[in-house]
Design a binder for this molecule. Structure first.
Ligand code: SF4
Length: 398
């Protein structure tokens, strides 16, 4: 499929909108009252620090709603204003945040149901309005909606589109896209739909496995078993790894994305020689600023003595999980929650340890003086951070 021609034609269609509907001002007021917080403003004005009684809160200097998410949520509100009585759908969660998604439901915006792991577009009727979320939608999904003559409101973050453009460039030169991401994540599914040949690597260990295969060969069947759900149809590691381009899920750990890019660069240089590198390796910088800033701000918190960290964000939010990973790497006890409601009476917290299911920890807040680091993922409103801080203060009887 010529994905470039399809998306170009779609963007010219009168059923397609990616600029909003001119209700930005009214929506800004609603967003302000629903998601903003006075307490967070106070923290910002006080060098991101708040001390009350025995508790000091240290807030990361970049946290919460990123530009792309804020834009996507605002466009969803605008869409409802512009189409007050039409049926409106979102192809997936608008963003990975339960309270924002609940607000969407409250506005009678439906989510395309998923049955046996597959989205069921049969609920969408001709002329319905469909919102594409911040992390985009696959070309095949856009095609289904276009065939149904739907009005498409595309809130895909421009940073994500930038990755898609890189993948288009790889395809043009018949390169295989190596995507650093999670093969089941909606953004990576969308990104891979633009590629001809692709391979998704989750982390450095998988990248090393692939690079070792490029340099030394290996067991074809073992390779295919390992990446069976993470490569394009008909992928053959013995033929399709001679020319590679790097792409990424925008919310992965930026240091890891950079390391993976460098590893492939070194590998291709070793295999083909430095003068042939451009014929075998392509990399465009597609690490999103917001992800980078939140991870840098998290590192900044580690310069101070913290007793523990609270990381707020959806449990399926990739960028939030990476913030949690950073706390663990720095040996700081860290609690990942998706809302303040997870903080329970009697000094208990219901949280999600990395790679495990949600569990309850008792006595999570130490006695006496404490310094608590707080951050939140790119899809978390300030209000959720405020509620969390207030609950911590209340638990410490402040
Ligand atoms: S994290 Fe980056 S790529 Fe993702 S929505 Fe936010 S600004 Fe866009």
């Amino acid at each position: 499929m010529d994905t470039k021609a399809f998306t170009r034609a779609l963007k010219k269609s009168e059923n397609y909108n990616r600029k909003g509907f001119g209700h930005a001002e009214e929506v800004a007021n609603v967003m302000q009252s629903t998601y903003q917080s006075n307490l967070i403003q106070e923290l910002r004005d006080n060098n991101y620090t708040l001390t009350r009684g025995h508790v000091t809160i240290k807030l990361a200097k970049a946290f919460g709603f990123c530009w792309g998410v804020e834009r996507s949520v605002a466009m969803a509100y605008e869409t409802r204003q512009h189409f007050p009585s039409e049926r409106i759908w979102i192809t997936y969660e608008l963003i990975h945040n339960p309270s924002v998604n609940q607000h969407m439901r409250d506005m009678q915006i439906g989510f395309i149901p998923v049955i046996d792991g597959k989205k069921d577009f049969s609920v969408v009727e001709n002329n319905d309005v469909v919102i594409l979320p911040a992390f985009g939608a696959s070309v095949q999904e856009m095609q289904i909606l276009n065939d149904k003559n739907c009005k498409i409101v595309d809130t895909t973050c421009p940073w994500v589109s930038k990755v898609w453009n890189s993948v288009e460039k790889h395809k043009k030169k018949q390169f295989t896209s190596i995507i650093h991401g999670k093969y089941s994540h909606a953004e990576t599914i969308a990104t891979s739909s633009f590629a001809d040949k692709y391979l998704i690597v989750l982390n450095m260990a998988e990248a090393e496995y692939v690079c070792n295969y490029i340099l030394n060969g290996g067991n074809h069947d073992e390779f295919m078993a390992k990446f069976s759900r993470a490569c394009s149809q008909g992928f053959n590691p013995d033929q399709d790894l001679a020319q590679v381009g790097i792409a990424n899920q925008t919310t992965m750990l930026k240091t890891e994305t950079e390391q993976i890019g460098k590893l492939f660069e070194r590998t291709m240089m070793k295999k083909y020689g430095p003068d042939q590198l451009n014929q075998h390796y392509q990399n465009f910088n597609t690490i999103c600023d917001a992800t980078q800033e939140r991870q840098d701000a998290m590192s900044g918190l580690f310069d101070q003595k913290l007793d523990l960290m609270v990381v707020i964000g959806g449990f399926n939010s990739s960028n939030t999980t990476h913030l949690q990973e950073m706390a663990i790497e720095n040996n700081i006890p860290s609690f990942h929650i998706d809302s303040a409601e997870r903080i329970l009476p009697d000094n208990r917290i219901e949280h999600k340890p990395l790679g495990r299911d949600v569990e309850i920890t008792e006595g999570w807040l130490p006695e006496n003086k404490i310094v608590v680091g707080v951050t939140s993922g790119a899809s978390t409103p300030d209000k959720a951070v405020e509620d969390t801080i207030n609950k911590i203060l209340a638990m410490k009887s402040v």
